[in-house]
Write a protein that binds this ligand. Structure first.
Ligand code: HSE
Length: 437
């Protein structure tokens, strides 16, 4: 015999909210078989009327989201409006009113998750956030539960679908940046403010969450080092390919003896790695655990139905756990709240990695010797070097080199001194290299 239906209130009925409504109604029978009881969206709040392709059958559609978090009949609030406020206030009010919350809002969790989880724990409710990272890929569940036996060493991922879509279209079809971004917006991939995608902020939100559940540390968005995709030039994509690498926008968090690395930036990855071949809106996350070794998770990182898939899985999880003792549920950040560690986050200057460098050098004797002397002074060893034909009518020659691993502070100093050489024109382009092995 089935228990009473669980009543859901949706905050937002746009790209993701509409997808959640449709998946819940379209897969109703299958979902009921899994959850053990019916899950019904009784209310939804939206500022704009829902589009005709959203199944609102049986729902009361309101404009006022507060009416949902204050409604005593609603068991689970699903927050899909995005952004920091009023999402934070609505979430805290829903918790205060004893409701479980499912959210796809990575900005909210990355910045306010510590406060939200503390409030939820006090009240004995769950805040689930699978859809906040890597869209439809169940990466939160994989790390938090599937890999719970491991000491996680590092996590690296292509975790912004819009950015990966833009880079892929530019590389494969030579399309214009703005044109591809407009298409990503039309397809519902991009954030309300697309600079979050382009400047790496969205990826930094997601990496913050991944680091916390991998290492059991509080959420620390303000400590993420972040560079967006705006710095990637097509010439570097070509030269990287000559060396056997692809350039991807990568989020990387790694546990080292000195602290935790937390960084988002364009990265050269050997083209034989599976993750180097993840294109379009697809995301992929590599997780390395001491027992399991490397594991790779791949799927659509953005879009209506993939994101709805993750939200609905969370709703089912919450429904299954409704009658359990809150102390026995999976902890929000994978580790018990009183067991979080205060491991320091490494400043970028302390991070050690390898580099791709490109500079414009005058074509006369001794110029390269000057550059290699500076690198040697900083203890930087060159792994490979190529001199390219001049670009356009410029007499200076592009010189491209790959270095071995070195501390970022030493590379900063080397670049400062190379840029000061009279024989080097303009800036040195620096892109970090990760072999991910
Ligand atoms: N704007 C995000 C992306 C949506 O492109 O990945 C999914 O989080």
């Amino acid at each position: 015999m089935l228990l009473n239906a669980v009543k859901i209130g949706l905050l937002g009925l746009g790209t993701v909210g509409g997808g959640v409504a449709n998946v819940l109604s379209g897969n109703r029978k299958e979902i009921t078989r899994r959850a053990g009881r019916e899950i019904v969206v009784t209310h939804a709040a939206t500022r704009e009327p829902p589009t005709a392709d959203v199944d609102t059958d049986g729902m009361t559609v309101l404009k006022d989201a507060w009416a949902i978090v204050e409604n005593p009949d609603i068991d689970v609030v699903v927050e899909l409006i995005g952004g920091y406020e009023p999402a934070r206030e609505l979430t805290l009010k829903a918790i205060e009113n004893g409701k479980h919350v499912v959210t796809a809002n990575k900005a909210l969790i990355a910045l306010h998750g510590n406060e939200i989880f503390a409030a939820a724990q006090k009240k004995g409710v769950t805040v689930a956030f699978e859809a906040a990272v890597a869209g439809g890929i169940p990466i939160i569940k994989a790390i938090r539960e599937g890999l719970a036996g491991n000491h996680i060493d590092w996590v690296a991922g292509i975790i912004n679908g819009t950015g990966n879509f833009i880079l892929t279209e530019m590389r494969d079809k030579g399309r214009d940046f703005a044109d591809v971004l407009a298409e990503a917006q039309a397809l519902g991939y991009a954030e309300a403010d697309p600079t979050f995608d382009v400047e790496g902020i969205d990826a930094a939100h997601k990496l913050t969450i991944l680091a916390s559940i991998a290492f059991g540390i509080p959420l620390q968005f303000d400590k993420v080092y972040n560079e967006g995709i705006g710095r990637i030039e097509s010439i570097d994509v070509r030269y990287a390919e000559d060396f056997g690498y692809r350039i991807k926008h990568l989020g990387l968090t790694k546990r080292t003896a000195a602290g935790i690395e937390l960084r988002v930036h364009p990265t050269l990855i050997p083209n034989r790695r599976l993750i180097a071949n993840v294109d379009g809106v697809m995301n992929a996350v590599l997780v390395h655990g001491d027992a399991v070794g490397p594991t790779l998770y791949y799927g659509a990182g953005a879009g209506r139905n993939p994101t709805a898939s993750a939200v609905v899985a969370d709703i089912i999880d919450v429904v299954r756990a409704l009658t359990t003792d809150p102390g026995n549920r999976v902890p929000h950040l994978a580790f018990q709240a009183d067991a979080l560690a205060d491991t320091p986050i490494l400043p970028m200057a302390e991070v050690e990695t390898a580099y791709y460098l490109r500079m414009q050098a005058e074509d006369r004797p001794g110029v390269l010797a000057g550059v290699t002397r500076i690198l040697a002074d900083q203890g930087i060893s060159i792994e490979a070097m190529m001199q390219k034909p001049p670009m356009d009518d410029d007499e200076a020659l592009p010189v491209v080199m790959l270095t071995h691993r070195v501390r970022e502070a030493q590379m900063d100093e080397a670049i400062r001194r190379i840029e000061a050489l009279e024989s080097i024109r303009g800036h040195v382009t620096r892109i970090r290299i990760e072999t991910l092995n």
